[in-house]
Design a protein around this ligand. Structure first.
Ligand SMILES: Nc1ncnc2c1ncn2[C@@H]1O[C@H](COP(=O)(O)OP(=O)(O)O)[C@@H](O)[C@H]1O
Ligand SMILES: [Mg+2]
Length: 271
């Protein structure tokens, strides 16, 4: 579907993204893992054109999306919706209006100013909330919801754009394990049912292994691993995280998934 070629992004002396070349096929579910500072967010932001690249290209349907301007650039940004760790909702506004914000770039300034939304859009927003299991939250203020619910509102807002690609930057980093599971299940289901590409920056190995068909490991701006979860051995993980012999997967693990592994449960057997 699109191809990233020799992508570089420098911030002064620092090379945040260092010659990244990756092909992303249609309907992929990809996890990007790596330490903090590895360049994961910068890569997603370049994809969505929130940040410019220093050099390189991203080819999509015969065009370099890095040179899109004006309406073409906005159309691309509509095609790849972004989800953030901190949800980025308008806290004091009700849930359904937050979701309707996903249609902003196709509405006039005047209708936006007066919060006027077409009836069709309102119905669609409710349907999407329903699909994510939070329709009954629609009239509430966004800041009255739990973190997991807020992140599902953010996913609903993204779906309002009907994007081909969903870019999620650490979507579960602020959530407890139960809500993390609900949010990752939602993203996986959207991928499975709609065939949308999901590219998800994840802090932890086990989430990437469990939810993604392909894992890309970044270290110091470079792609140091690109393969299936099965290929992601402890050795490969050690390489991605730049850890020494004392590397332990538990150190890069949230409780999600790990909870199910018998070895990590408290020992209930008494002597
Ligand atoms: N706007 C910026 N200005 C200066 N340096 C930045 C900026 N954004 C990111 N960086 C640097 O680029 C590197 C990669 O950052 P980032 O993409 O946020 O990594 P990650 O998401 O993997 O934690 C880091 O060293 C970070 O400090
Ligand atoms: Mg980041």
């Amino acid at each position: 579907m699109f191809e990233i070629r020799s992508l570089i992004r420098k911030f002064g002396e620092k090379t945040a993204v260092d010659k990244v070349s990756v092909s992303i096929p249609d309907a992929a579910m990809i996890g990007i893992i790596g330490r903090s500072g590895a360049g994961k967010s910068t890569l997603l932001r370049i994809l969505n054109r929130m940040t410019d690249a220093t050099s390189g290209e991203i080819l999509h349907e015969g065009r370099n999306i890095l040179s899109l301007r004006g309406a073409d650039k906005r159309a691309w940004q509509c095609d790849c919706a972004m989800i953030f760790q901190q949800f980025n909702l308008v806290p004091r506004m009700d849930v359904v209006s937050n979701v309707l914000h996903g249609t902003l770039n196709r509405r006039s300034t005047l209708s936006t100013m007066f919060n006027l939304y077409p009836q069709n859009d309102i119905h669609r927003a409710i349907d999407i909330l329903d699909r994510l299991g939070i329709a009954e939250q629609a009239p509430k203020r966004a800041d009255a919801l739990s973190g997991g619910q807020q992140q599902r509102v953010a996913i609903a807002r993204a779906l309002m754009q009907d994007p081909k690609i969903i870019l999620a930057d650490e979507p579960i980093a602020s959530l407890d394990p139960m809500n993390a599971t609900i949010v990752m299940d939602s993203l996986r289901r959207i991928h499975d049912e709609d065939g949308r590409t999901v590219i998800c920056n994840l802090h932890t190995l086990d989430t990437a292994r469990r939810y993604c068909d392909r894992v890309i490991g970044m270290r110091d701006g470079r792609v140091v691993f690109d393969g299936s979860p099965e290929q992601l051995t402890t050795g490969a993980a050690r390489d991605i995280y730049g850890a020494g012999a004392d590397f332990s997967e538990a150190a890069t693990s949230t409780d999600i998934g790990a909870l199910e592994k018998p070895g990590r449960q408290p020992d209930l057997v008494s002597a």
